[in-house]
Design a protein around this ligand. Sequence first.
Ligand code: ATP
Ligand code: MG
Length: 357
Amino acid sequence: MKTYRIATIPGDGIGKEVVPAGRQVLAALAKTSSTFNFEFEDFDWGGDYYRIHNVMMPDNGLELLRNKDAILFGSAGDPDIADHITLWGLRLKICQGFDQYANVRPTRILPGIDAPLKRCKTEDLNWVIVRENSEGEYSGVGGRVHQGHPIEAATDLSMMTRVGVERIMRFAFKLAQSRPRKLLTVITKSNAQRHAMVMWDQIAKEISTEFPDVKWDKELVDASTVRMVNRPASLDVIVATNLHADILSDLAAALAGSMGIAPTGNIDPERRYPSMFEPIHGSAFDIMGKGLANPVGTFWSAVMLLEHIGEPEAAARLMKAIEHVTANPALHTRDLGGTATTVQVTEAVCAYLAAHA
Ligand code: ATP
Ligand code: MG
């Protein structure tokens, strides 16, 4: 019997509802398995922790997580605490501390979901967006001078390193190679940004020679939004910079039906450190504590977690349970136009897992 050590960090807002739901579903899965088990450890870091300790997580937080096989994360965000504190003090601290440089976001229209693209078939939209997660536009390099004076100025430099671009390109090509269509689209803006984006393009071309069986093309980020809407089937794996992928993946989530469904993984492909899986939605304080949060994004993130730790069969079983639930409108939460609660959806998934062991 293999035991996986999983850290759960609910964080803020509806993270406190969807992460326990995710843990419940993983436990239900383990209950029917004779080969693996989970040892969960829960960390109460986030806004409430900050109000007591003045930090979002303790100084030795990374040390406490280091020996875990994976992390299931909820959300960091609090209406009473500045965004840069909640974001940089917890989620990004873990992403950077564990060099989770590949942010992976699968997008599919699940059965029973009413998605906005009426002109395409459900199966036309089946993407994985790979977001560079460690540098680029969000590298934090910049400054602000002469505040309050007429000559005030500020910069945010997009810093791209050769090592950083090479490793994300290699990851994306490898991922494309592992999928049936072997198709990769590299998003760029090298027509307007003539330094870093030109290097980005150049390195894509260099890395492509290592993957002769992958068909790849380049697309300008602005044009790619039109292509996602008009020709979704022309895309499969998409690799983009930190900022570009941030925006494109929200568009992708909306095209797939709801923010509440979409999952993501912050991956250290070299497996030096634990990787972290989370729904893409935020803390959504407007619906917190009401039982309205859709837990499907967290469940799908748990599927990614299972694939990552090396349990693909369990991952496939959980994905089937999720699809069983989304196919039933009586089990849709409010964001999907239904009236089901977080608890009802969670119990339905657990019941399906127990019945289909
Ligand atoms: P943050 O500041 O942490 O990003 P947010 O309040 O901006 O959080 P988002 O997660 O960005 O919230 O979501 C925007 C809105 O979408 C929420 O206010 C909520 O109404 C809805 N929403 C998001 N996630 C879910 C979910 N899992 N289930 C139901 N509704 C959701
Ligand atoms: Mg938000």
